[in-house]
Each structure stands twice: as structure tokens, then as C-alpha cells.
Design a protein around this ligand. Structure first.
Ligand code: UDX
Ligand code: UDX
Length: 429
């Protein structure tokens, strides 16, 4: 089936590539000419494990291409995905202006029945507005349906998540559109949830907010554990083996970041308020998340006593491992706060340093963790890359001016660190 995907960011690029891998003929469209040129030249605008090979394979097979103009692909494809960004506005609401613009552009090229799919994460009732926008422009007698089909992929494991999802959610009551979507997802073996468009929109916000809530919950528990002298990792294991709770997303740390959880929890809380329900639980989820970053900063300050003039090494900048994404990465706030207090910052991340350069000033970027450690008064482990889990800790200790390790992700064993003679602090242990 021919498929047009508008917006070639993390979501659009991965979705389009996976559909081409399934045998569909996919055109990815983006109004950012530089991004399309990069993709046409065979390079990736983002780092995502395995993506470059899968893109190359499908481009080679003639099933995947990249263009800037949506006219022809929209006219030729029975299914058109909208995967443009929905960044938060200063008030916290999702900015839906790109969705509106794209809906109008699509409408001008509806030449036969089309299924227009909302892939971007949007507040409930956006689908209705997209439908209304298209209706105003589309030619007389031109049929179309709007479907909500949210994406659940995680950066860093996006291909695996998109190829083997836990479920596929299809929101539309139109039988015709359901038929097209079933054909599109014909190769997938997971459960397919058929629902209405508003329920599908809420599934995405409710699922992401629930996962964020799990993280804030375990972070709050970690703070109690720390005060009581308990170990949050063992508490999480004991909780998680109860199948009703589940062990995933119970890792205490420095709080969630990234382009989805912070934005989606905020947007879900706001749309609930607009609809007349105060979802105070979600306010608390956000507040715990913000507090978690401050608590870690206070620990670093306590450990250093005077921050001014100290050399602080930062291991990991991305908001999570296996990605170069720095959106809402806790390392940014941490580095800026410590710089404001007069610290010198050295840092290393396996993939995120070029994005970090655009967001941070006066950071000395290093070629590996050992260079970061050299003459540092303190090391902060901010992202749990495997590369850091496997470091030679004796070499790290010996390179430092003062062997102090602040582990924001509970990567290391406290007893082992003490045995090595490191000052070591982590979360909830
Ligand atoms: C974004 C949202 O953040 C997420 O909530 C949503 O589910 C999907 O879109 P992501 O793919 O990570 O996720 O965003 P981003 O990497 O910013 O990509 C969006 C792309 O859309 C960009 O490449 C941008 O150039 C493109 N775009 C934007 C268009 O092609 N046309 C527009 O009018 C606006
Ligand atoms: C998330 C959702 O998981 C995905 O379904 C959705 O489509 C997009 O948003 P992503 O943001 O890429 O994916 O990464 P995820 O692995 O969910 O992690 C989000 C944040 O939570 C990261 O900052 C991570 O470090 C943090 N996290 C995750 C924890 O602090 N503890 C955990 O137990 C799990």
C-alpha cells in the first residue's frame, strides 16, 4: 500500500521506515529541506540504533523515499499520516498549529477517498478539529476519514518497539477506515484495539501519564527509603514481582525527561482542567519530578560544600541511553545550575554531544569517561549508558582529584564503590 508520512522527526521517520520494512511503499515528507537532504544523501538526522541500516535497505529496495513537497505523495496514497511536532507552548498546552497547517495542506490534495491518520500525540478532541479543518477545504463529494493511531515507541529502542508493539490502537468508527488500517497493519501479530477517535487519543495521554506516575511514585518511595535507611532497588523488586504492579518503570533516578512524558503529563492535566475536571494527581506527578532534580543537586552541593572553582565531570547528557536526544534532559538543568555557582564542567556522552553543544555553553567536551574523570573533584553519572556500566572504576578513581561519584541512575553497587575507596551517593539507597 502507498503511505505518505508528513513530519520526519523521531516518530515519523521510524514509523515510515517500519512500514516500508513491512513491504509498503512509503514517502516521508518534511518541510525542513536540510533534514530531507541529509536523508536523501543516506545519512540519519538522529541517532537511533539500527535505523540507518533499515532505512538504507528500504531505500535501496525502492520502498522508501524522502521529499519536501506533500502534493504528489498525498494524491497517490490512500493513507496519510500526520507526524509533525506538537511542542509545548509556554503555558504547557500542546502547540497544534503545525497539525492545523498540515491538515489544510492535505485537504487541498484529497483527490479520492483518504484515511488521514493522527500519529502525533495530541489532546483529546483534536481529531474532530482536524476533521473540521479538512472539511472546510476539501472539494465537494470527496470522502475521507480521520483516524487516531497513537505511537508508543521509546527512543533508543524505537525500531523494536514499532516492529513488535504490545498493541496497536486504531481510533475511528468508520468501517471503511478500519478496513484500510487493518490492511496496513496486516503483518502485525499483536492485539489491535478498535475504538473511537477520542478514546484512542486518551489512551496515549493516559498511558504515558500512568508511566510517568509510576516513575514519580518510585522516586517518592526512594526519598522515604533514603531517610529510613532502606534500599529502593530492593523495594522496587519486591513490589514489581506482584504482577498487578509489574517491574517495569520502577527505576528510581533523577526523574523522567525526554520529549514525551513531561509534555504529555502537562497536556493531559490541562485538557482535563479545560474539560472541567481537576486532575490534581498529575500535578503532583510533575511536582515530584521537578523536586527529584533539586534533591540530586542538593546532594551534589552537600558533597562538594563549595561548588565554586570545583571541576565537575558529567557522564551522560542524553535524557536516556541509546539516543542523542537532549530534550528535557536532566543533565542540562544540572550543568547550568552548577555553572551558575562557579563550577567548571567537563562532559562526555557517546551520542549526544553535538546536540548538547547547541544547548550548553562553556562545557569542555571529552573523548571518553576517563578524560572526564581526569582531575575532577566529582563525577555525576547522569545517563546509564552501557559504556559507563562497564568502566574500569579503579582507573576512574585514580584519575580524579577527589574520587567522588554521584550516581543519578543507581548504576553502581554502593558496597563495591566503598571498597574501591570512592565517596559514593545514589538514589534511595
Ligand atoms: C513529535 C511530537 O513531539 C510528538 O508528540 C508527536 O507524537 C510526534 O511528533 P518527534 O517526531 O520526536 O515527535 O518530533 P520532531 O523530531 O520535532 O519531528 C517533527 C517533524 O515535523 C520535524 O522534522 C519538522 O521539520 C516536521 N514538520 C513540522 C513538518 O514537516 N511540517 C510542519 O508543518 C511542521
Ligand atoms: C516514552 C514512552 O515510553 C513511549 O511509549 C512514548 O511513545 C514516548 O514516550 P521515551 O520518552 O522515548 O518513551 O523513553 P522512556 O524509556 O519511556 O523513558 C522516559 C524517561 O523516563 C527517561 O528520562 C527515563 O530515564 C525515565 N525513566 C524510565 C525512569 O526514570 N525510570 C524508569 O523506570 C523508566
Amino acid at each position: 500500500m502507498k503511505v505518505a508520512i508528513i513530519g520526519t522527526g523521531y516518530v515519523g521517520l521510524v514509523t515510515g521506515t517500519v512500514f516500508s520494512e513491512c513491504g509498503h511503499e512509503v514517502t516521508c515528507i518534511d518541510n525542513n529541506e536540510d533534514k530531507i537532504k541529509v536523508l536523501q544523501s543516506g545519512k540519519m538526522p538522529i541517532f537511533e540504533p539500527g535505523l540507518d541500516e533499515m532505512v538504507a535497505r528500504n531505500v535501496e529496495a525502492g520502498r522508501l523515499k524522502f521529499v519536501t513537497d506533500l502534493a504528489q505523495p498525498v494524491e497517490e496514497s490512500p493513507v496519510v499520516f500526520i507526524a509533525v511536532g506538537t511542542p509545548p507552548t509556554p503555558s504547557g498546552k500542546a502547540d497544534l498549529s503545525y497539525i492545523e497547517q498540515v491538515a489544510r495542506q492535505i485537504a487541498r490534495h484529497v483527490n479520492e477517498y483518504k484515511v488521514i491518520v493522527e500519529k502525533s500525540t495530541v489532546p483529546v478532541q483534536t481529531g474532530e478539529k482536524v476533521k473540521m479543518t479538512i472539511e472546510k477545504t476539501v472539494g465537494d463529494g470527496m470522502a475521507f476519514d480521520v483516524v487516531s493511531n497513537p505511537e508508543f515507541l521509546r527512543e533508543g529502542s524505537a525500531l523494536e518497539d514499532a516492529l513488535n508493539p504490545d498493541r496497536i490502537v486504531i481510533g475511528t468508527t468508520s468501517e471503511r477506515a478500519r478496513g484500510v488500517m487493518k490492511e496496513l497493519y496486516g503483518n502485525f501479530k499483536c492485539p489491535i484495539i478498535m475504538t473511537d477517535i477520542k478514546s484512542a487519543e486518551i489512551i496515549k495521554h493516559a498511558a504515558n501519564s500512568f508511566l510517568a506516575m509510576k516513575i514519580s511514585y518510585i522516586n517518592a518511595v526512594a526519598n522515604v527509603c533514603e531517610r529510613a535507611g532502606a534500599n529502593v532497588m530492593e523495594v522496587a523488586e519486591g513490589m514489581g514481582l506482584d504482577r498487578r504492579i509489574g517491574k517495569n518503570f520502577l527505576y528510581a533516578g533523577i526523574g523522567y525527561g525526554g520529549s514525551c512524558f513531561p509534555k504529555d503529563v502537562d497536556a493531559f492535566e490541562r485538557i482535563s482542567t479545560e474539560l472541567g475536571y481537576e486532575f490534581n494527581l498529575l500535578r503532583e506527578v510533575q511536582s515530584i519530578n521537578k523536586q527529584q532534580r533539586k534533591i540530586f543537586l542538593r546532594k551534589v552541593e552537600q558533597e562538594l560544600w563549595i561548588v565554586k572553582g570545583k571541576t565537575i565531570g558529567v557522564l551522560g547528557l542524553a535524557f536516556k541511553p541509546n539516543t542523542d536526544d537532549m530534550r528535557e534532559a536532566p543533565a542540562v538543568e544540572m550543568i547550568q545550575e552548577l555553572q551558575a555557582q562557579g563550577a567548571r564542567i567537563k562532559a562526555y556522552d557517546p551520542e549526544a554531544m553535538s546536540n548538547a553543544r547547541e544547548m550548553l555553553n562553556d562545557v569542555e567536551y571529552c573523548t571518553d569517561a576517563y578524560e572526564v574523570a581526569r582531575d575532577a573533584d566529582c563525577l555525576l553519572l547522569m545517563t546509564e549508558w552501557d559504556e559507563f556500566k562497564n568502566m574500569d572504576m579503579e582507573r576512574i578513581r585514580d584519575a580524579m582529584a577527589h574520587p567522588t561519584l554521584m550516581d543519578a541512575r543507581n548504576v553502581f553497587d554502593p558496597q563495591e564503590m566503598i571498597r574501591l575507596g570512592m565517596e559514593y551517593r545514589s538514589i534511595g539507597r
